[in-house]
Design a protein around this ligand. Sequence first.
Ligand code: PEP
Length: 251
Amino acid sequence: MRRPLVAGNWKMNGTREGVVALIEGIKAGLGDTNADVLVCPPAIFIDSVGSLLEGSQVKLGAQNICQEAESGAYTGELSAAMLTEFGCSYAIIGHSERRHVYGEADKLVAERVAAAVSGNVTPIFCIGELLEEREKGTTEQVIAQQLDAVLKLDNGVALLKETVLAYEPVWAIGTGKTASPEQAQAVHAFIRSHLAKQDEALAVGIKIIYGGSVNAANAENLLGMPDIDGGLIGGASLKVNDFLAICKAAG
Ligand code: PEP
């Protein structure tokens, strides 16, 4: 059984005060859930959010991770060692904003996945097609290429066995335009079939969450699809009641 995961990607949002209100609201309202719940604040808030989360079931993640595991001349980056010291057990990797605004290519993204796993941080490895790729009918090709960047590493299958995948159609992120449950399910099923060519147990066991304008109103239908194991939530993760409703729909 794949346990659902709901991960909040706060992106570059938050203030000292706002972060406290958001975490206190989530902690107070979450109650019993069968889902894992995770928040990924901007790096500057990781320490304070970690303290606020002490003793709670909500987990802490980062929005990226360096491809080098320890320390060194990598201005602006955070290593797995740093993230684990501050209580992060997950890191979002290859988010479309990193790929398309900051030019992170498949190879770098794959190296970041490998560094996360070797540093005991679970990658939330994001993949997804642009609107023009969907319109050209190349969605599956794009997704396969993004997955293959990790699969072709020496220990690619083993790395993915320690990874959560997030399917995020780029045209649905932050646009209010969500994939229909059927569209999302079709891609999730394709991902499993692609992985099954390498390793059947990987295909069945890997958690694949959906991201792209998930909100309180559409979460139940999206997260109810058989191959969708939770959500990566941007905008709605900044609103306590919306985020809690999505967690409820997952768990
Ligand atoms: C995201 O940032 O990964 C995301 C899915 O954003 P939104 O929910 O705002 O579309």
